[in-house]
Ligand binder design. Structure first.
Ligand code: HEC
Length: 110
């Protein structure tokens, strides 16, 4: 790896974990790998997120974040990680406060 590629990688990691989360689309893709495009699920055991209220989505994400809601092990349905096991608690714990809020607003508006 060249020095400049390395610097670029560090820069993009810093941006991705930055509080402002300028680009939400990567995280949205992650959600959509289970919840379906636009949060409209075609999977019986994965709920749709589209059109649920911001407050509801935000509250549930916090419940998963604090392990207040049971996290059953599920699997990715689409994309590169299809069939890889994952839980909503692990997903929620990878999110910043700003990302939880932004995702709640995004899926509520779908
Ligand atoms: C590996 C698959 C998977 C990924 C990735 C995933 N989810 Fe989930 N999610 C589920 C499943 C399955 C449930 C329902 C089971 C449960 O409650 O544990 C769920 C439940 C939820 C709920 C509760 C919905 C309701 O009506 O009760 C919300 C909100 C949610 N997910 C948001 C998200 C967001 C936002 C992301 C992306 C940051 C995301 N999920 C990523 C599989 C996933």
């Amino acid at each position: 790896m060249t020095k400049s590629t390395c610097a670029l990688m560090i820069l993009s990691v810093t941006l991705a974990s930055g509080a402002a989360a300028a680009d939400l689309s990567e995280v949205v893709n992650e959600c959509e790998a289970c919840h379906g495009p636009g949060g409209v699920s075609s999977e019986e055991d994965v709920p749709s997120l589209a059109g649920k209220s911001v407050n509801y989505l935000r509250e549930v994400l916090d419940q998963f974040y604090y392990y207040e809601r049971h996290c059953k092990t599920t699997t990715y349905r689409h994309g590169d990680r299809a069939k890889t096991p994952m839980t909503m608690c692990n997903v929620a714990n990878s999110l910043s406060e700003d990302e939880k809020q932004a995702l709640a607003e995004y899926f509520a508006s779908q």
